[in-house]
Design a protein around this ligand. Structure first.
Ligand code: SF4
Length: 297
């Protein structure tokens, strides 16, 4: 059960401290995909909703964007703290309304989603210069996926990625969060590499309220992994990630894929078949950006 409310806001574009965007844009507050590890759940501290994160969505209504051309050449990131193509978008259309307001402005857009509803707007998105769409895929195991989120199946996400790729839109496979010994990186890379320009890797961070949620889940569903998770998340052992980094490097060499570590420099421009970027321990950057991010309008 998701509680839905309309919310009038003064504006919809927020200056961003994220390394890959000039502005962040979130047409909704809250997210019905309700991922158990949701990194955006900190927003509830600012929004003061009574419902738990994942059980409310505010639909934002903003005044017309004045002089959209002033965003020409700027990168707008849709979906830093919500999924702009969560199920409500099918009826409310606020993300589509935003894109229609910005169409022709010359801004660049980057969209992150776990949905294939974005296919509805393929032609509109394609009309933006250097548009990019990213799908979060951290497993090919549909049972684990269902345990973790209320979004569409992995098969549907990959099909949407393929459709955008074949339509000439830049795509990203965002393998995040990587769950130690659960996320099969090699299998996901094999499934996605022909349909994306960028494969972005980010390790699972456990902060705040969802640390206990995830550790309890591991204890119940994958008890054999609990000692490893405790080493990583209770005692701060990073050796698992160092070893995985070496394994990914070797995998990329075998596949002939360029492999970078914590390097933003090429992401905005990269168009060649896929570049793999490792963002392990990127949480320090994200955490500081979150602290600086302005609260909900
Ligand atoms: S799709 Fe993103 S914003 Fe929505 S619940 Fe999942 S992690 Fe959070």
């Amino acid at each position: 059960m998701v509680v839905v409310r309309d919310r009038a806001v003064n504006g919809i574009l927020t200056k961003s401290n994220l390394p890959v965007a000039d502005y962040s844009v979130n047409p909704y507050l809250g997210c019905a995909h309700n991922c158990r590890y949701c990194y955006a759940s900190f927003m509830k501290r600012f929004s003061h909703h009574a419902e738990p994160w994942g059980e409310f969505v505010d639909v934002k209504y903003w005044p017309p964007i004045s002089n959209p051309a002033r965003y020409a050449g700027k990168e707008l990131f849709l979906g830093s703290v919500t999924d702009p193509y969560q199920p409500l978008e099918a009826t409310c259309g606020r993300t589509r309304a935003l894109l229609e307001q910005l169409q022709g402005s010359g801004c660049r857009i980057s969209i992150a989603t776990k949905s294939d509803l974005v296919l509805r707007d393929l032609e509109l998105i394609r009309s933006f210069p250097q548009a990019r769409v990213a799908w979060s895929i951290n497993t090919l195991d549909e049972q684990f996926r269902q345990d973790m989120d209320n979004a569409v199946s992995i098969e549907r996400r990959l099909a949407a990625m393929q459709a955008f790729h074949e339509a000439g839109v830049r795509t990203t496979c965002f393998i995040s969060p990587i769950f130690p010994e659960i996320t099969d990186l090699a299998a996901i890379i094999a499934a996605a590499k022909d349909y994306c320009q960028l494969i972005w890797l980010e390790n699972l961070n456990l902060r705040g309220g969802y640390k206990k949620t995830i550790l309890d889940y591991i204890a119940g569903r994958y008890p054999q992994l609990l000692p490893l998770y405790r080493e990583i998340y209770c005692y701060g052992d990073r050796s698992y990630w160092s070893d995985l980094d070496q394994d990914i490097g070797a995998l990329c060499r075998r596949l002939g894929l360029p492999y970078l570590r914590n390097d933003d420099s090429l992401i905005r421009a990269f168009d060649a078949p896929p570049l793999v970027v490792n963002y392990f321990f990127h949480e320090q950057i994200v955490a500081s950006a979150s602290r600086r991010r302005r609260p909900v309008r």
